[in-house]
Design a protein around this ligand. Sequence first.
Ligand code: ADP
Ligand code: MG
Length: 402
Amino acid sequence: MAAFKTLDDLGDVTGKVALVRVDLNLPMKGGSATDVTRVEAVKPTILELSKKGAKVLLLAHFGRPGGQRSSVLSTSMVTGDVEGVLGKELMFIPEVAGPVVEQSIGILRNGDIGLLDNTRFWPGEEANDPNFAQAIAAHGDFFVNDAFSAAHRAHATTEGITHFLPSYAGRAMEAELKALDAALGNPEAPVAAVVGGAKVSTKLAVLENLVGRVQHLIIGGGMANTFLAARGVNVGKSLCEHDLTDQASKIMDTADHAGCTVHLPYDVVVSKEFAANPASLRTCNVHEVAEDEMILDIGASAAEALADVLKTCRTLVWNGPLGAFETEPFDAATMSLARHVAALTQEGSLISVAGGGDTVAALAQAGVTGDVTYISTAGGAFLEWMEGKELPGVAALTANNG
Ligand code: ADP
Ligand code: MG
């Protein structure tokens, strides 16, 4: 991983203006946030800069206003939630650049925190307009990016601004980059990847990238059905992308040549209807799925075999549940994997990094959120990183780290 600067590289910041990109795109209901995880994530960076005496100006997007002002998408909507988490008052500033920002900076005392309005109110944000980036940068002494989840977008406040200010990774960004590097950049071998979820089509690029990088590729979830079909298995009425079986075969061939073992389940949990604890529930060998049955989870033997593979590995990267985990008992394999991963990690034998909206929910359901090495909540950015793509916001930090 190319070098990037962190808050440790900052000199005395007393009285300096820190422009800090954060992710405050909180899920809202009835005027307040239903989940403040994203604020918790950026809290250490904000409070550290504040304690060191900087004037901290937060930059964030909120929803998709499409380059126009919208009162319901103002970042002022989350001011109360952010104050609650930080335990400090914020000054809301209804602009991102210009005289109002300058006057506000004059009012802020050292250590105070200001929240600028939704960066996406201005078309220059998503267009990555250098003039817009420069206008914002003019107010700051340095830039800190603590929003890995926005780093897959080359926007003015994730990429453009780094061309005008010395730029640093915040603490959350730093932790994410280190964890991701330990999982796939420079991992300790052997490395296993578990990829599950509904469809192959959404994760083709992920699978193509992983086969060249890991020693074990474990496929579960609905997408395993497509791989089973590619091997000639009749998957009945399971979710299956029959038009992608050639792609699946190609991935398995590439894996063979790269010395990567692809693990598919050999037993599965099936049912005639998709409902909780259905009457027609049974576990069978993959070759025994009936025409009117669908595969909704991998079987207990497959889950055990998977756990055995992980015992031989040093590193795991996991995206996607192994079954339809929202509905009992199709959560069984995912829950058992989550507990195994947590135990191996706690023993110190496995470095485990997991990400993806449903994967994070599944880990929480298993009660092991705190027991894996790192959980990425970055969504799209996490998947693009799994695809092996360079993220513009990260590349900008490593290129403009002076
Ligand atoms: P993530 O959000 O972690 O990236 P995905 O969105 O790719 O994961 O996939 C999660 C979804 O896949 C879940 O809603 C789950 O119910 C579904 N799924 C997993 N296995 C199956 C299966 N065998 N049949 C149908 N859906 C499945
Ligand atoms: Mg999902």
